[in-house]
Design a protein around this ligand. Structure first.
Ligand code: 5U1
Length: 685
């Protein structure tokens, strides 16, 4: 039964009224009606939506309660990359930043900066289409994040429909999800009362709450959000400065920092830093510094970016937090590239919101310089996400054999001459600070780290292949190289400790699924020294196929943006070694593949040029970002919602409303095989 027009109107009025009260309560901190009255209006809207499901809209306040659990978070590509910020710790670094900005702008006059606190939360991108919140994702690697739309929808302070006007039809809003200190305390009290584990700090609580597959759990967690910028669509917003942009975001209904200001020159930046440092403990949320951005947007554009960070902005971080504790032992960890890192095992100590039990000692020169020994009392430091480190020892607390204090109980630390994991000799290049195990992939520690890196989410993304399992696979001699993973069977795996039949089946399925990947992920997964995710992507884009990369000499490698002599030598050294080339060949032999132009083809076939496709549900073998990469390589675009302009909807298992919408609009629907067939038409042309 269709609702009468008055009912449709009443539902719309209720939605608007509830959204207004929500904004007043959660964003402006100025409640506009009593709770009981809010509840009454809410229930009235719920009742109307129950009676007439067609009245239910994506921006309805009733949709903030969470939805059915997901199996996994789909990958979502950001319309515009999410950048990271370079850091400054000292005043001199802030002066240098201001100088670089003025040099870049070729100006002698002082520059205005928009400044605000640096929220200690999780960066998020929110997409609005025609003013309605349609999806949101975590930062991920900056290019692709995890889609957490149902979870974000539960945040009461986040507008589901933009207020006011002046937004482009598609807009990405960037900001940070966090938990207020008071909310964190209340949540932890509740967790303890229920016998659940308490969270370590507000940041962890926010991250854990947002990354729930069951958004009904997120809905019960008191998450907040602050907007600080725009992604896609930014240029279509009629504002000239960062300050105006923040005001505009506030006018659309977003919470923005009340402590934001516009200041002039380096002196203004440092004054602001001092003001916020003094205010820090009284702020209702955790911050780890302040952010400075050139205020004029046209100047931001002139300054541009270097690598993945803007030249027009910098984070000025508060000094790291420090504490005293005792060194119980010094272990040596062998990393993926054989690097031997001395690590201090500590008496547990709470610092910067977490309990530390280990801290890095970086390398043998550093241990010697600081003369850290077992039994020493040391200052440990933790700064944000940086690995905690031992800063210095407290010399007069060193345990001594004699009362005169001449003979320490423990000897100076010596890095072992042979690898404790494989017995190979430890070598150290003349100009190198790092000593390395020379065992290569024969060293089980390196092999384990290499396998973990290969399987990591941002590499081949093999879910379920964690460190305990890798330990077992390597120790039992079942896996020597990443290629051996593809020969594992359910029977072999099911025989391992803590591995049931079902987990073994899931792992084999995850390994199978990882066979379809992108060239960038594959290159990154190889774990070549100095080749991070961004460089791997650049290499993939530049060379297009693995054979071209394998054949590239140093000069050809350095033609890739951001590849300098050090990275080029790392690549060449790795790719020339026969055993590495054998592993690459064996992986391809095992079925690992990625969308690539046919050998000799000058360009990828543009069979989908100008077409927009929508992906929905879980495809049998292709991961969402692999499917997206294939579509984009063929010239197509992937959109998040279905409209009359959608050329095809590619639907997998558990496809939902997008599939229904495709049927309604008579948009052709393909399954995975159909998509591949379509792409192959291009390859044949
Ligand atoms: N407050 C604030 N945090 N934050 C983080 N602003 C801000 N801006 C950022 C980031 C990564 O990036 C823009 C400069 C793009």
């Amino acid at each position: 039964m269709q609702p009468a027009s008055e009912v449709v109107q009443r539902a719309a009025d209720l939605r608007a009224e509830l959204a207004r009260h929500n904004h007043a309560y959660y964003v402006l901190d100025a409640p506009s009606i009593p709770d009981a009255e809010y509840d009454r209006l809410f229930r009235e809207l719920q009742a109307l939506e129950n009676d007439f499901p067609c009245l239910l809209t994506a921006d309805s306040p009733t949709q903030r309660v969470g939805a059915a659990p997901l199996k996994a978070f789909p990958a979502l590509s950001h319309g515009q990359a999410m950048l990271s910020l370079n850091n400054a710790f000292a005043a001199s670094e802030v002066d240098a930043f201001d100088q670089r900005v003025r040099d870049g702008l070729d100006t002698l006059s002082t520059v205005d900066y928009a400044v605000e606190p640096k929220f200690d939360g999780l960066a998020i991108s929110l997409t609005y289409e025609d003013g309605i919140f349609v999806r949101g994702a975590t930062r991920g690697d900056g290019a692709t994040g995890e889609e957490v739309t149902p979870n974000l929808r539960t945040l009461r302070c986040l507008p589901l429909r933009l207020q006011g006007s002046g937004w482009p039809s598609r807009l990405e809003v960037r900001g940070e999800v966090l938990m207020f200190k008071a909310d964190f305390e209340r949540l932890n009290a509740r967790q303890r009362a229920q016998g659940d584990k308490a969270f370590v700090n507000p940041r962890n609580a926010a991250a854990g709450s947002l990354r729930q597959l069951d958004s009904r759990i997120t809905a019960r967690r008191p998450l907040s959000f602050f907007a600080y910028g725009l992604g896609l669509g930014a240029t279509a917003v009629d504002v000239r400065t960062q300050g105006e942009m923040l005001d505009r975001l506030a006018s659309w209904g977003f919470p923005v920092a009340a402590e934001r200001r516009v200041v002039t020159g380096a002196a203004g930046l440092l004054d602001y830093f001092a003001d916020i440092a003094a205010l820090r403990s009284r702020l209702p949320y955790d911050i780890d510094g302040v952010v400075y951005k050139v205020n004029r947007l046209d100047w931001q554009e002139t300054l541009g970016f270097v690598s993945r960070a803007p030249r027009f902005a910098i984070a000025h971080k508060f000094p790291a937090e420090e504490a005293l504790t005792v060194v119980l032992g010094i272990d040596v960890q062998v990393g993926r590239t054989g690097a031997m890192t001395p690590v201090a095992r500590l008496q547990p100590v709470f610092v910067g919101g977490v309990t530390l039990t280990n801290a890095t000692l970086h390398n043998e020169d550093e241990v010697r310089r600081k003369d850290v020994r077992v039994g020493d009392t040391v200052i440990v430091r933790r700064a944000g996400d940086v690995i905690p480190e031992v800063v210095a020892i407290v010399a007069d607390k060193r345990p001594m054999r004699d009362l005169l204090g001449c003979e320490p109980v423990h000897d100076p630390f010596e890095l072992p001459k042979i690898c404790p994991e494989c017995g190979a000799t430890v070598t150290r290049g003349e100009d190198e600070a790092i000593a390395r195990c020379s065992g290569g992939l024969f060293c089980p520690a390196q092999r384990k780290q290499a396998l973990l890196h290969f399987a990591a989410r941002r590499a081949m993304d093999i879910e379920g292949l964690g460190d305990k399992l890798v330990d077992q696979l390597v120790d039992a001699g079942l896996v020597h190289t990443p290629a051996d993973l593809y020969a594992l069977t359910v029977d072999t795996l099911a025989g391992l400790e803590r591995m049931g039949e079902k987990s073994a089946q899931n792992l084999v399925a995850a390994i199978e699924q990882s066979k379809t990947t992108t060239l960038g992920r594959f290159i990154f997964a190889l774990g070549i020294r100095n080749v991070g995710e961004a460089t791997a992507r650049d290499l993939a884009k530049h060379f297009g196929q693995i054979d071209a990369l394998l054949a590239a000499d140093l000069e050809a490698l350095q033609a890739v943006p951001d590849v300098g002599p050090v990275v080029a030598v790392s690549l060449r050294t790795f790719l020339q070694q026969t055993h590495n080339r054998d592993v690459i060949a064996a992986l391809q032999q095992a079925g690992v593949h990625w969308p690539a132009p046919a050998p000799g083809a000058p360009l990828p076939a543009q069979v989908l040029a100008g077409l927009t496709l929508v992906l929905t549900g879980t495809l049998p073998s292709l991961k969402r970002d692999a499917a997206k990469a294939m579509i984009e390589a063929a010239g197509g675009k992937v959109a998040g919602s279905v409209s009359k302009k959608t050329a095809y909807v590619v639907a997998g298992e558990e496809a939902g409303s997008k599939l229904e919408k495709a049927m309604e609009l008579k948009v052709p629907v393909l399954d995975e095989a159909g998509l591949i067939e379509l792409l192959q038409q291009g390859e044949n042309t």
